[in-house]
Unconditional design. Structure first.
Length: 232
C-alpha cells in the first residue's frame, strides 16, 4: 500500500507544474505512444533483430530468425516474457551449433531434458530445421556500417554541446530528447527519422540542431558561459 500512497499527491503536483509551464501537451504526446499497443508489438519474423550478436553469417542468422520467431509466438500464446521461454544466450548457442535431436537440444545451457523431449522441444527443433532449409539467397544479410563521413565527429560533438545547453535551459533530461546514436544520425542526415526531429523535442532541440547545421546559429562565450547566438 505504501507503494501508491503518495502517488495521488505526486500526480496533482506534477500536473499543476506541467500546466503552469505549458507542457501538458508533451505528456499527452508521450502517453499516446505508451498507450498504443503497436509500441509493444514485435512482428515475430523481426524478433531476431533485438538479439545482440557479432556473428553475421547468413546461415546463423537464418536459424536465429526462425527460432526467435518461434520463441516470440510462444511468448504471445502463453502470455509470458520471452526470456521465460528461452534466454537469448540459449538461442545464440542453438543457432551456432544447431541440434538435430532432443538429446542434443538438452545439452544446450538452460534447456532441461523435460523441455527438450516435450512439445516445446519438438517445436524448437522444427524451427531449427526450418532455418537450415532456408535457401542461401533468402538468408538474412546484415548491412555493413558505412565508414563515418569526414567531419561528422566534430559536428556530432557540437550537437552534444547544443543538446546540453537546450536541456539545461528547458529543465529537461538529455536522455529524454536524444541519445548519442541519434545525434550521429542528425549530424549525417537533416531528415533523419529520430524523435528529436518531431513534436515537442523538435521545438526544444531539433529546430536549433538543424539551424546549427545550416550555419544559422553559432556558439559564443560570455562570462565563462557558452551561449547560442543567431547569425545574420
Amino acid at each position: 500500500m505504501a507503494d501508491v500512497t503518495h502517488l495521488r499527491t505526486v500526480y496533482k503536483k506534477l500536473t499543476a507544474s506541467l500546466e503552469e509551464n505549458g507542457r501538458l501537451s508533451w505528456l499527452t504526446s508521450e502517453m499516446k505512444i505508451l498507450e498504443n499497443p503497436d509500441t509493444y508489438f514485435i512482428p515475430p519474423e523481426n524478433a531476431w533483430k533485438r538479439i545482440k550478436t557479432r556473428n553475421n553469417k547468413p546461415r546463423f542468422l537464418a536459424i536465429l530468425r526462425e527460432i526467435a520467431a518461434w520463441r516470440e509466438n510462444q511468448a504471445h500464446l502463453q502470455d509470458i516474457p520471452r526470456n521465460r521461454i528461452l534466454r537469448d544466450e540459449a538461442l545464440l548457442e542453438i543457432a551456432s551449433n544447431p541440434p538435430k535431436s532432443a538429446e542434443k537440444l538438452s545439452h544446450v545451457r538452460g534447456i532441461g531434458k523435460k523441455f527438450a523431449e516435450g512439445k516445446m522441444g519438438a517445436g524448437l527443433l522444427a524451427a531449427v530445421a526450418q532455418g537450415q532449409a532456408v535457401p542461401d539467397e533468402d538468408c538474412p544479410v546484415v548491412a555493413q556500417k558505412k565508414p563515418p563521413v569526414k567531419g561528422l565527429g566534430p559536428l556530432t560533438e557540437l550537437l552534444k554541446v547544443l543538446l546540453k545547453l537546450k536541456c539545461e535551459e528547458n529543465g529537461v533530461a538529455q536522455k529524454l530528447i536524444c541519445n548519442s546514436a541519434e545525434l550521429e544520425k542528425i549530424a549525417a542526415d537533416s531528415n533523419a527519422d529520430v524523435p528529436a526531429l518531431h513534436g515537442w523535442r523538435y521545438e526544444v532541440f531539433g529546430k536549433d540542431a538543424l539551424a546549427l547545421k545550416e550555419g544559422k546559429i553559432a556558439f559564443t562565450i560570455k562570462d565563462n558561459n557558452i551561449q547560442v547566438i543567431d547569425l545574420p
